[in-house]
Design a binder for this molecule. Structure first.
Ligand code: FAD
Length: 488
């Protein structure tokens, strides 16, 4: 049997492993950590459980189709529920708003709360769907870097409609033109952060993201986000994929322009196909030091990182739901701080995710597990310990101010994740959450392809390469890789 080695068991690595197994390969996953999932993992302490990384789950069919691929019963591996509420929003001027999962209810609620003509929101969501439908088969589901992609009917459709994709203006300018009302503009600007970018720089085509959340819906896996990793890992074991834990690959061995396998310390593992799920920067800088690196790709601006406080909090806080956003009063300056000065803004937007609202076992009775995150710049050697203390004080102050309720004395336990630890735990260059940012109109084309142009049996998956970061896109990268790989 031909053998595929996957470097890394992030969500893209697991998806690639499953698809390569289905294609007929013997598959071995080499993981430097002692657990699967990379960023999609969990944290347990003092009776609390937190999802350590992703908290928002869209497009669940990309998970279930992997289970169905092997003819297995999805319910044996994975269960999830559609959420009735998308997110609760809070502003500095006292305004609050909850986005209902039913698009018509959302539109009616928003129209009356923000005194806006509902037809504007109808049009916005209609355009969002149009952009998604016309670009996803081309930009997300196939390699952008193969000539054959450009010969398809879908490409022609996308090209004919390129004028409706709002590529020439920023997402913020697009939102301003479509919605005008400042709270709603900020609410829709926030979607830029779903790929770690700035709404003032990322192009208007990113206005397709609300379609995923507001039309297709948001979901929550039973057992928490970590169940996604667990389901795919359990399936992988059941279908005969081998895992080697606590082993970091040191080199991808290249001979005569072919990947021959990998080296772990002094051990050589041979393979017919090698797939790296490691961030593309260290893949070139550490594992492929003899191969000339693609400078255009590696000099792309990185996406934002994050600073996360995992808090055990006394009491049940009814004013918060599963997803909550407390907006910055200086949104533009928040992104200028992140991308121009590599600093945390003076008034960062605070995101609070509380899974114990749904999974009561995630916190001791009468308590909640708060995942409190702000956008942070990548790690450029800033004085993080100082910044973390300052940010903590600002976050607590903001939550207390906007909710009018005390918080600091209710925090009974705490863990912290910062750009340095994101980088060290997952080898993500500078701790970026989503690989490169989408602040450039050409960003999608400058991401690394899922294949190597001169080494035909070397492939790449995960959030730092095409089609991008976030669970759905990482799952799609595994699909694209398996379609590009030779049939064994
Ligand atoms: P990664 O998770 O980056 O994992 C790579 C794996 O490779 C790791 O396990 C690492 O240990 C291993 N590895 C690296 N080098 C080696 C080596 N040399 N040898 C062996 N193994 C190696 N996405 C969403 O969809 N929704 C969200 O709400 C969301 N929120 C996020 C919040 C946070 C705090 C973070 C950190 C991320 C968030 N994301 C979110 C992004 C999402 O988590 C990532 O895009 C995705 O999980 C990345 O998967 P990946 O396949 O690129 O692998």
């Amino acid at each position: 049997m031909k053998k595929a080695i996957i470097i890394g068991s992030g969500i893209g690595g697991l998806a690639s492993a499953l698809r390569m197994r289905h294609k007929g390969y013997e598959v071995e996953v080499i993981e430097q950590n002692g657990y699967p999932g990379g960023k999609l993992t969990e944290l347990r302490a003092d009776g609390y459980r937190w999802d350590a990384g992703p908290s928002l789950f869209t497009m669940p069919h990309l998970v279930t189709e992997l289970i169905e691929l092997f003819g297995r019963d999805v319910n044996e591996y994975f269960s999830y529920n559609r959420q009735e509420e998308v997110c609760r929003y809070w502003w500095e001027d006292g305004m609050t708003f909850t986005v209902d999962a039913d698009p018509s209810t959302f539109i009616n609620d928003a129209a009356s709360t923000f005194s806006i003509d509902p037809s504007r929101l109808h049009q916005y969501l209609k355009d969002s769907r149009f952009k998604y439908d016309h670009t996803s088969p081309l930009f997300l589901e196939r390699s952008l870097h193969k000539a054959s992609t450009y010969l398809s009917k879908d490409t022609l459709k996308a090209l004919v409609n390129v004028g409706r994709m709002d590529l020439s203006k920023s997402l913020h300018d697009y939102n301003l033109q479509m919605l005008e009302e400042p709270h709603l503009v900020q609410l829709f600007d926030r979607y830029a952060t779903y790929n770690g970018s700035s709404p003032y720089q990322t192009p208007g085509i990113m206005s397709m993201i609300p379609h995923l959340e507001m039309d297709i819906g948001t979901y929550f896996p039973e057992g928490g986000m970590h169940s996604i990793t667990q389901a795919l890992y359990n399936l992988a074991v059941d279908v005969g994929i081998a895992f080697r834990w606590n082993h970091a690959v040191d080199q991808i061995i290249i001979e005569n322009r072919k990947a021959k396998g990998v080296r772990i310390k002094n051990e050589i593992l041979k393979a017919d196909v090698v797939i790296s799920n490691m961030d593309i920067h260290p893949t070139y800088n550490k594992l492929l030091s003899d191969v000339s690196p693609p400078r255009n790709t590696l000099t792309q601006e990185r996406s934002s990182s994050a600073l996360i406080f995992y808090w055990g909090v006394k009491g049940i806080h009814e004013h918060f739901g599963l997803h909550n956003i407390l907006f910055s009063g200086q949104y533009r300056s928040e992104f200028e701080s992140l991308f121009d000065r590599y600093e945390i803004g003076d008034d960062p937007t605070v995101y609070i995710n509380i899974t114990s609202k749904i999974e009561s076992v995630d916190a001791p009775p009468g308590n909640e597990n708060w995942f409190v995150m702000i956008n942070a710049p990548g790690d450029y050697g800033q004085r993080w310990d100082e910044l973390i203390l300052q940010a903590r004080a600002k976050i607590i102050d903001k939550i207390e101010r906007l909710t009018g309720r005390p918080l600091s004395e209710h925090i009974v336990t705490e863990r912290v994740l910062d750009p340095r630890s994101i980088a060290s735990k997952t080898s993500s260059h500078q701790g970026a959450l989503y690989g490169s940012s989408s602040n450039d109109r050409m960003a999608a084309f400058l991401r690394h392809p899922n294949f190597h142009r001169r080494i035909p049996n070397l492939f790449f998956c995960g959030g730092s390469v095409h089609p991008g970061g976030g669970i759905p896109l990482c799952l799609l990268s595994g699909k694209i890789v398996s379609e590009l790989a030779p049939t064994p």
